[in-house]
Design a protein around this ligand. Sequence first.
Ligand code: FPP
Length: 247
Amino acid sequence: MKNHSSNNEIKKQISHIALIMDGNGRWASSRGLPRFKGHAQGLKTLRKLLRDLKDSKLEYLTLFTFSIDNWKRPKEETSKLMQLLRKFISNDLSELHSNNVRIRVIGSRREIPKDIVDLINGAELLTVNNTGLYLQIAFNYSGRQEIINATKKIAIASSKGEIDPNKINNTIFESNLYSAGVPDPDLIIRTGSEKRISNFLLWQLSYSEVYFEECLWPDFDKNKLDIAISDYKSRSRRFGNVLNEYR
Ligand code: FPP
């Protein structure tokens, strides 16, 4: 075993975890239940996890709750997922706020019912000065669309002479993403045994460590999260650099 504690190894503190909460549908189907029951159970799992993280030092948590590609699903299921966000914000906002959680929803607001957009705006405004966990909820989100959207904003600013195209760099690009101001995830966890990224945080995951958890999302818990974090801490993050002992 190589000792990875070289001084050029980048810090392994964990500040930001992203979660793809996959497997709700299979959890329900395997019990003979309609798929939306799996999403409802998934919300219970999420609520419990957020409570268990109350005293954790984690600074940022990003959740994939609804992909733009999920509109391809039957209307009954997409309506239930809309309803679930309504329920989450209406029922959980005051508890999250009293736990000092800051909420930000990333994604397109265009296709979302107006009452949900109002709930999102209200939750973001209420919690904007909170300094505890920064909860970033990807809802009606697509990584490719986020990149196209940032490109359009930069192109428009360039055409107005506000940005010199030759000076476009990572910092300028990132400040035009939905997630502007939030550091990239250190770790991305996907439950449900599938091994793909599914159009999630395509820019931000460039150097994130990836962890695939076999269990279906409704069966996930803080203990499984701690196991994923321990695994992360055993890894060597190099961001394209090379360890001193291999130089
Ligand atoms: C993917 O599982 C999961 C989703 C599309 C929704 C995730 C939602 C939650 C965990 C509940 C919290 C939601 C909100 C809006 C606060 P899948 O349906 O693809 O499962 P499958 O792979 O087993 O079919």
